[in-house]
Design a binder for this molecule. Structure first.
Ligand code: AMP
Length: 114
């Protein structure tokens, strides 16, 4: 999608601090980190959000989740854990309409969210 910031990152038109990439997904550090570890993992194909998923995307999303926990461990969150978050649309606080999983760790996080 031409005006999507994360599609531009996928295409290399906007720089990112890349952590991992394969044919289907890209992981990079969040530009405005909310915890010592804060990265995003996105599908390379434009999917607006979690509620736009189709049944055929389940393998892709499962792979993203699996890779997210692998990377979280590599970044030192294996023992104390991390938070895996998908914000969705207005009430969910989504600001970038391209599906992404946030991974936050390296400090204790409160619950419930505000
Ligand atoms: P959300 O509010 O769930 O849609 O999260 C969007 C996230 O994308 C925010 O945490 C932003 O800080 C992050 N973000 C926006 N632009 C960039 C960028 N160019 N590189 C890395 N992270 C970004």
């Amino acid at each position: 999608m031409n005006d999507c910031i994360f599609c531009k990152i996928v295409k290399g038109e906007i720089p990112c601090k890349k952590i991992y990439e394969d044919g289907d997904m890209l992981a990079f550090h969040d530009v405005n980190p909310q915890a010592p570890v804060h990265f995003l993992i996105i599908p390379k194909r434009h999917i607006a959000g979690i509620m736009e998923l189709e049944a055929a995307d389940s393998g892709l999303v499962g792979g993203m989740l699996y890779k997210a926990q692998e990377l979280a461990k590599e970044l030192g969150c294996g023992e104390r854990g991390a938070r895996f978050v998908v914000n969705c649309k207005e009430d969910g606080g989504q600001t970038v309409p391209h599906l992404h999983i946030h991974v936050l760790g390296g400090r204790g996080l409160s619950w419930p969210p505000g």
